[in-house]
Design a protein. Structure first.
Length: 267
């Protein structure tokens, strides 16, 4: 299990949020050194997001470049944050940081065309197979449907991993280059209508039910990665598998969830 020694104490985090709120209520009079202190306090958010994204990208994508873009996202969040919207700065800044990095990756057009084509083929196969089965497909079922050997399927999953390895809070869409965070399209509960809240709750319920239908290992991998905040290497140790294999398991699980949500939302 991870060592959370760097986790900010509740009272310290609460104090930081209060300082953010005060800073933006008095933006014109906030001393530059106070803004710098806030920036330093939230830098770990940038490092955490960059680390999770970089591990699934090709080697030629420099981590320092992603960090610079993420830092720009944090600065933008500091400038645009509005405490009156009742959204925590941590959530807001994470959305801005992640969005800035993903926008930069799209701008770079770093993914080979062949990988995009193979991902669309894989996604279509999973969608059709799971519609027939009425449940999440297993790795063996997808592999058989594609007429691939275990080695060929493993190579395919490695190839499309950067596309399919995305946070669970991304909204499914028709094209992998057009995704946005659900937090960008679903407002805070305090600001949404009763209908909007019902739709949000229904989506959460559907995702939870679908995750429960996944085979045991993929289900546990998602839980460890997203809810226990464990690194892929740590999860690999728990299961006695390689980190690459855990990545593949995660990729197929996420692909299955995205395909399911896309089919439901487009009905």
């Amino acid at each position: 299990m991870k060592n959370h020694a760097n986790t900010t104490a509740p009272s310290e985090a609460s104090d930081a949020r209060s300082r953010v709120s005060r800073a933006y209520k008095n933006a014109e009079t906030t001393p530059p050194e106070s803004q710098e202190a806030l920036l330093q306090f939230y830098l770990p958010i940038v490092k955490s997001i960059v680390a999770k994204i970089k591990i699934n990208l090709p080697p030629h994508i420099e981590e320092d470049d992603l960090y610079s873009v993420g830092l720009a996202g944090l600065i933008s969040a500091l400038k645009k944050y509005d405490p009156s919207q009742r959204k925590s700065f941590g959530s807001y800044s994470a959305m801005r940081i992640r969005g800035a990095i993903l926008d930069e990756l799209r701008r770079m057009d770093w993914m080979p065309r062949n990988a995009r084509t193979n991902f669309k083929r894989l996604r279509k196969t999973v969608e059709e197979l799971e519609q027939r089965l009425g449940r999440p497909a297993t790795e063996e079922e997808v592999r058989d449907e594609l007429h691939l050997t275990p080695r060929e399927y493993s190579e395919l999953m490695d190839e499309v991993r950067p596309i399919s390895f995305v946070p669970l809070d991304l909204s499914p869409s028709g094209d992998e280059g057009e995704e946005t965070s659900l937090s960008e399209v679903i407002a805070d509960d305090s600001l949404t209508s009763a209908t909007d809240k019902m739709e949000k709750d229904e989506m959460i319920r559907m995702v939870a039910e679908r995750i429960n239908q996944l085979p045991e290992v993929p289900r546990k991998v998602l839980a460890m990665y997203y809810y226990e905040d464990m690194r892929l290497a740590e999860i690999a140790v728990v299961f006695g598998l390689t980190e690459s294999r855990i990545c593949q398991i995660h990729s197929q699980a996420i692909l299955s969830l995205r395909t399911y949500l896309t089919s439901v939302m487009h009905k």
